[in-house]
Design a protein around this ligand. Structure first.
Ligand code: GLN
Length: 292
């Protein structure tokens, strides 16, 4: 049927997707910016453009995350590449960045460590906001590390005073040079319990399972990071961890038991205690047998 040609306006009106998602996917299908979707809303589209949109619309309808379909997600004002190999950066994780920046305030050339960096969102955001900081980021997944490497290269100044982001491949503290000490350690580790039904819902079905769950009680990664942190913190250094909506009291207890002081949690924009942290006041260890 040779009806009126499809346009941005007709495609958006006909789509069952939420309006914002439909706009993001259509803009991606056409290679148009948000403003072009408005100024060119009634321009006729050709068959190839409509076909690209139909494919994205169908894949989104089948559950694929918008961030994976468009290949990017904004976090802390920066546009990060996203693939199925990485956790999609979440808005609530910006609280971890802001709190870490607070802990870095007043320290010149602070040394910072991000454990399980994924896209690199936290580490790159910190390095971008504090060009003088030296930032290390560790990731166990080789595929994720490649995404983080590309994000760091694209989003950070080549000549930032703190030097390039140091991306290391391995398990939590394992790949770090033994003499390193950090003023701030941050992490958004896998904290969903292995039997949590949320793993089978929404975007989480398409994200790497190892970025979401420890396949145990949800606390094992948090526990490992807290346990290891004192050996890697400079005197007075700070650890901040993102965790699940119901884990704040458990994480505060882990921190207190490990000798952290000024232990507290902060609420995200939804009012949920989303991150917990504390300061390690004493010099980490004396003698040769410092446990790591
Ligand atoms: N915040 C994510 C979610 O609940 C989980 C991220 C994580 O496990 N670190 O969807």
């Amino acid at each position: 049927m040779a009806g009126a040609p499809d346009t941005v306006a007709t495609l958006l009106r006909a789509s069952a997707l939420p309006a914002l998602e439909a706009r993001m996917l259509l803009g991606h299908a056409l290679g148009w910016r948000r403003t072009e979707l408005i100024t060119r809303a009634h321009a006729p589209l050709d068959a190839a453009q409509v076909a690209r949109w139909r494919e994205l619309e169908a894949r989104r309808g089948a559950g694929e995350p918008v961030a994976q379909l468009v290949g990017t997600r904004e976090f802390y004002g920066l546009e990060f590449e996203v693939t199925p190999d990485v956790l999609i950066p979440r808005p609530e994780t910006e609280l971890l960045v802001e709190t870490a920046l607070g802990a870095m305030a007043g320290r010149a050339q602070p040394r910072v460590l991000d454990l399980g960096t994924g896209t690199g969102a936290i580490a790159v955001a910190l390095a971008s906001a504090r060009p003088d900081a030296q930032v290390w980021a560790v990731e166990r997944s080789a595929a994720a590390l490649q995404v983080a490497t590309r994000n760091a290269a694209r989003l950070l100044e080549a000549n930032r005073p703190g030097g390039p982001l140091s991306l290391l491949h391995g398990d939590w503290y394992a790949p770090l040079a033994p003499a390193l000490r950090f003023d701030v350690i941050v992490s958004n580790p896998p904290y969903i319990a292995g039997r949590d039904p949320h793993l089978g819902q929404g975007d989480l079905r398409f994200e790497p399972r190892a970025a979401l769950t420890d396949e145990a009680d949800g606390l094992s990664a948090l526990r490992a990071i807290v346990t290891g942190a004192p050996a890697w913190l400079a005197a007075g250094g700070t650890l901040w961890l993102e965790h699940g909506y119901d884990q704040a009291a458990d994480v505060r207890a882990l921190l207190t038991a490990r000798g952290f002081r000024a232990v507290r949690s902060e609420r995200d924009l939804a009012g949920i205690e989303r991150i917990s942290g504390g300061q390690f006041a004493e010099p980490p260890h004396t003698g040769a047998a410092s446990p790591r």
